[in-house]
Design a protein around this ligand. Structure first.
Ligand SMILES: C[C@@](CO)(OP(=O)(O)O)[C@H](O)COP(=O)(O)OP(=O)(O)OC[C@H]1O[C@@H](n2ccc(N)nc2=O)[C@H](O)[C@@H]1O
Ligand SMILES: Nc1ncnc2c1ncn2[C@@H]1O[C@H](COP(=O)(O)OP(=O)(O)O)[C@@H](O)[C@H]1O
Length: 301
């Protein structure tokens, strides 16, 4: 493996079918009960030996992706190399299809993808546990990008337990113009929660059961996102997008994570197509994407 010329890894986006947020912790993070579901929108991360660490990106939103050392893919390569006392001399190319700053963990996907790709390129054979540990250092959502499928994330979302999913779940994602900053949305959550008692975040047993049976109608009644009021407060126009998708026949609608992407659960693929069509023509979003879940985690292709 060490003499490979290049390695490509495909990594999925996520939607949070439940995002229960606790009060702010002293370290600035929030304790979560974060039910992640990987969906079939993917970035592809390709690593090739080079003279120095370099990042390039292609795709419609490529101009919004930082190409310096703040890119999560570059940080992943640096961390893995540092652990093994080697130089992170690699060209990382990101073929980006996941909306940027959209609450779908695109940066986290690229971090997990680069980590797995560099591990194979450099022939390091790191254990799953080691890779997961580096993922958690890179960001709260990065372990799930590696894992894929469905999982409950506790702590700041990085401590995962895998969840069973009983069938294919169909989604539409309405991509908004411009992103929302995750820290800004958490700050707005804190501002809105000021003076209230924020309960401990707990996963909903009904939601876990609906996922286990793959029953879309039951799942629709259990979706929740505690960051949604904060995202709507920062981006009030999202209310019209949510209404448009519901009027077009979605079973449920919610903001994906910190937003501003909105997610629509539909009863089947046909319904997903017509909801996407209605959203696209409504002018309440930039574009709408159809996807299904659960999708596998980061995989070498
Ligand atoms: C909200 C969620 C839901 O899955 O994702 P997005 O919807 O943005 O993709 C996550 O909690 C985002 O995870 P991630 O984007 O990895 O966050 P990190 O890099 O770890 O942290 C960025 C910042 O978000 C805030 N943060 C993040 C996680 C957490 N449990 N509590 C927080 O308060 C903190 O302000 C932190 O400095
Ligand atoms: N590989 C990457 N792809 C996208 N954004 C990245 C990447 N690395 C770092 N970032 C930064 O992370 C921010 C959040 O992007 P992203 O992970 O796409 O959204 P979200 O946190 O809402 O899921 C971006 O605005 C960008 O500055």
């Amino acid at each position: 493996m060490a003499d490979r010329k290049s390695v490509t890894v495909r990594v999925p986006a996520k939607v949070n079918v439940q995002l229960a947020v606790g009060g702010a912790r002293p370290d600035g993070f929030h304790d979560l009960a974060n039910v992640f579901l990987a969906v079939s929108l993917f970035d592809e991360v390709t690593v090739t030996p080079a003279d120095e660490l370099r990042v390039t990106c292609s795709g419609p939103d490529a101009d919004q992706v930082p190409l310096d050392r703040t890119n999560l893919a570059a940080r992943a390569a640096e961390r893995l190399a540092a652990r093994h006392g080697i130089a992170p001399d690699v060209h990382i190319h990101i073929a980006k299809d996941i909306p940027v700053a959209g609450g779908m963990a695109g940066g986290s996907a690229d971090g997990a993808g680069a980590l797995l790709a560099c591990d194979a390129l450099w022939g390091l054979n790191s254990s799953r546990a080691e890779l997961m540990e580096i993922c958690a250092e890179l960001g709260s959502d990065v372990p799930f990008s590696l894992a894929g499928g469905a999982a409950l994330g506790v702590g700041r979302g990085e401590r995962l337990s895998e969840l069973p999913v009983g069938g294919t779940i169909h989604w539409v994602f309405a991509v908004a113009d411009g992103g929302l900053s995750t820290p800004a949305v958490y700050r707005e959550f804190d501002r809105l929660a000021e003076g209230t008692d924020v309960p401990e975040p707990v996963a909903s047993p009904d939601l876990l059961e609906a996922l286990r049976t793959g029953d879309a109608a039951a799942l629709a009644g259990t979706l929740s996102n505690d960051l949604q009021p904060a995202a709507l407060s920062l981006r009030p126009s999202l209310a019209a997008t949510l209404e448009t998708g519901m009027a077009a026949g979605a079973l449920a609608a919610l903001v994906s994570g910190s937003g501003p992407t909105t997610a629509f659960l539909t009863k089947d693929e046909d319904s997903a197509r017509s909801v996407a069509e209605a959203l696209t023509t409504s002018g309440t979003c930039r574009t709408a994407r159809v996807a299904h879940a659960p999708a596998p985690g980061a995989r070498i292709v």
